[in-house]
Each structure stands twice: as structure tokens, then as C-alpha cells.
Design a binder for this molecule. Structure first.
Ligand code: GTQ
Ligand code: FE2
Length: 359
């Protein structure tokens, strides 16, 4: 916002104010400023912009370029010291702010065999999207889930969570968090937990048994707006996409695209973060699309090309790219391709802010 203001001020686009007449107002501005007052007319159009002014820019992280840095980080710092060994995916338009888009955090976390990442909890909600390795676990609110590539895992707001890798290979996942939304409202709390692990109080698979098969226990009471399912396994998602593609007409803008939902409410799985998985069949070329939810994509399978605004990205498995707000995107799938994505759409929909355009 500040950046947009400054840029607009430089180009004289903040307002309709006559720059020549401004000279005679400087004394007033000085005295008003001393009373913590400022003239709106100098900043109005920078505050209420004609269209979205995303600070983030289109960007592609090739996993092959990123991975060596993750491995090197393992030699430099332990999970104990780091708490979470994560390299933040910093949008080049928003350097130093730990943002993949204006509103979303994105990072790649690596955990080696035998390591644990200590328990803590925070108001910010997190998603994990598993990229590499298999059979490490995360424990959330006393229940473990074993994670495999393509799984979408949720850490709901204010739930204790710790991670561990008892497999024989490194594990890497994408972390997506909403802490910038939480911080916008100064609503963040965080708490550490003494010890390496939080006690397990439920058997693995408990959440899935309760809510994973379109059944709920009689008398079930939702504790929050977050989905009670905290691991959406990739084999189920992939099968659904495959079956869909055999009988449903394809969407010209999105291919075969599914939302991850909270089965209790039908709403988004995480109340602040919209998450989707889409299948783009080989040869599919999407029609141009734009929306106000800046979106981060993770390539799960396949290869393709995306034109995002004026940028052109060639992507393959594990690559990550960003589509900024109100920036036109067109995807072309060179092979059958599967893309995971997340954005602040869940918030924008609830607040009636979302706009989209299908060209
Ligand atoms: O794994 O708990 O990338 O709390 C940032 C904050 C990961 C986590 C992040 C976190 C975590
Ligand atoms: Fe955390």
C-alpha cells in the first residue's frame, strides 16, 4: 500500500490536486501534521486505487535451483536451533517481507531422517503441501499423520504441532501460512511447548475415520471453522481428478479443478486460505483468466507453460510459481499436468471482495 502510494505520488496520480497550488498549502500541512492530521486529498487515489496494485510480481522458482540450498541449509543449522528449517519463498516484488504474495507466506521446509521439529502453536493457520520424500509425520492436536508427496495437510489455528522424520530420506514440503492476514489485524499469539514432542492422544487415522468418508459421528460438534480432516491424501485427490476427467466437460479456464472443502460446512478447508487441485490434460490450453486473489501454484505432475502477465514460465514437477492479483494467466499442458494452488480467496469471498474475469 505504501509502495503504491509513493509510486503514485511520484507520478502525480494520487489525486486531482493542482501541484502549483500546493506551494501555498505547505505551511498548513506542516501545522496540521504537528496535530497528527494529514490531508486526504494528497493521497486519496493511492489509497482507493482504480484497480488492484499488487506488490507481488509473477515469479517462478525452479525446484532444481532451490533444492541445493535446502540441502546446504541442513549442514548449517539444526531443526532444534531453527525451530523450523525453512527457506522463505520471497516474492521479488516484496523483498524482505516473507511474502510469496501480498497476503500469503510461502516457504520450503526440510527435515532429515532422525530429526524432529519441536511443538508449538500459533493463531496463524498453516497448510503443508508435500513435495519430496515420504513417511515423515506431522502431529496436530495429539494425532499424527504420515505424509506422502501430493498430500495436503492442515495445521488449524492454535493447535499444537510438531514434525518428525522417521523415514530414511529427507522430506520437503511447502508451508503456506496466513500470518500476514493475522498480523494485519494484530491478532497473533504464539506459544512454545517444553519437550521434543507433544503427547499423542488419538490414534493415527482418527480424524479421517470421523470425517473422511462423508460420515460424521452422531453428536459431532465442530470446534472451529477449519476442516476436521487434516490430511487430504494425494491418491484420493488424484483418483477423483482422473475420474472427473472421464465424464465431465472440461472448464475452459481452469481445466478440471477441485476445491478442498471442510466436509462439515462445504466451505474452504481452511477459513483463511483457499486451496485447490487442478488437472490440465495433455494439450489443454486454458483461456485467459484473472482474479483478485494472488495465487501460488505448485506443480505436482507433468510439464507445461504458463503466461502470467508479461512473464512466461516453463514448469515441471515441484516448481512453484505466482500469479499476482488481476494479472492474466494462461496455462498450456504439454503432458497431463496437476497443479496445487493456494490463495486468500477464502477471505475475499467472505468479505465480498473477490473479482474475477474470464476472457
Ligand atoms: O512448521 O510450524 O514455514 O510455524 C512457518 C511457521 C512453518 C511450522 C513455517 C511455522 C511453521
Ligand atoms: Fe507452526
Amino acid at each position: 500500500m505504501l509502495r503504491a502510494n509513493t509510486a503514485a505520488a511520484d507520478s502525480g496520480m494520487v489525486s486531482s490536486v493542482d501541484p502549483e497550488a500546493e506551494a501555498g498549502r505547505q505551511d498548513f500541512y506542516g501545522r496540521a501534521g504537528a496535530q497528527s492530521l494529514a490531508p486526504l486529498w494528497r493521497v486519496l487515489h493511492g489509497l482507493v486505487t482504480e484497480m488492484p496494485q499488487p506488490g507481488c510480481i509473477p515469479h517462478l522458482w525452479k525446484y532444481a535451483d532451490v533444492r541445493p540450498y535446502l540441502i546446504e541449509a541442513c549442514e548449517l543449522i539444526s531443526t532444534k536451533e531453527a525451530e523450523r528449517r525453512v527457506l522463505v519463498l520471497e516474492n521479488p516484488g516484496l523483498r524482505g517481507q516473507s511474502r510469496i504474495t501480498q497476503s500469503m507466506f510461502g516457504g520450503l521446509q526440510i527435515i532429515l531422517p532422525g530429526e524432529t521439529a519441536p511443538p508449538h502453536r500459533h493463531v496463524a493457520s498453516a497448510l503443508r503441501f508435500i513435495i519430496e520424500g515420504r513417511d515423515a509425520y506431522t502431529a496436530v492436536a495429539g494425532e499424527r499423520t504420515t505424509m506422502r508427496p501430493g498430500d495436503f495437510v492442515i495445521t488449524p489455528s492454535w493447535t499444537w504441532h510438531d514434525h518428525g522424520n522417521e523415514s530414511d530420506a529427507p522430506m520437503v514440503w511447502l508451508d503456506g501460512l496466513d500470518m500476514h492476514i493475522v498480523n494485519l489485524m494484530a491478532a497473533s499469539f504464539r506459544e512454545g511447548y517444553e519437550g521434543d514432542r507433544h503427547p499423542l492422544t488419538r490414534p493415527e487415522g482418527a480424524a479421517w475415520a470421523e470425517a473422511g468418508t462423508n460420515l460424521l459421528p452422531v453428536g459431532h460438534v465442530s470446534k472451529s471453522q477449519t476442516s476436521p480432516i487434516f490430511n487430504y491424501p494425494y491418491d484420493r485427490t488424484r483418483e477423483a481428478l482422473d475420474r472427473l476427467s472421464r465424464f465431465r466437460e472440461i472448464d475452459a479456464w481452469h481445466g478440471h479443478k477441485m476445491r478442498y472443502i471442510n466436509p462439515v460446512s462445504g466451505g474452504w478447508a481452511i477459513p483463511t486460505i483457499a486451496t485447490c487441485m487442478q488437472l490440465l490434460p495433455r494439450g489443454f490450453k486454458s483461456r485467459p483468466y484473472r482474479s483478485t486473489d494472488s495465487t501460488a501454484f505448485v506443480v505436482v505432475e507433468g510439464t507445461g507453460r504458463s503466461v502470467v502477465g508479461t512473464a512466461e514460465f516453463e514448469w515441471g514437477p515441484h516448481d512453484i510459481f505466482v500469479m499476482p492479483s488481476w494479472t492474466t494467466v494462461e496455462h498450456t499442458a504439454l503432458t497431463d499436468a496437476v497443479l496445487f494452488s493456494y490463495s486468500d480467496r477464502a477471505v475475499q469471498e467472505k468479505l465480498d471482495l473477490l473479482h474475477e474475469e474470464k476472457l
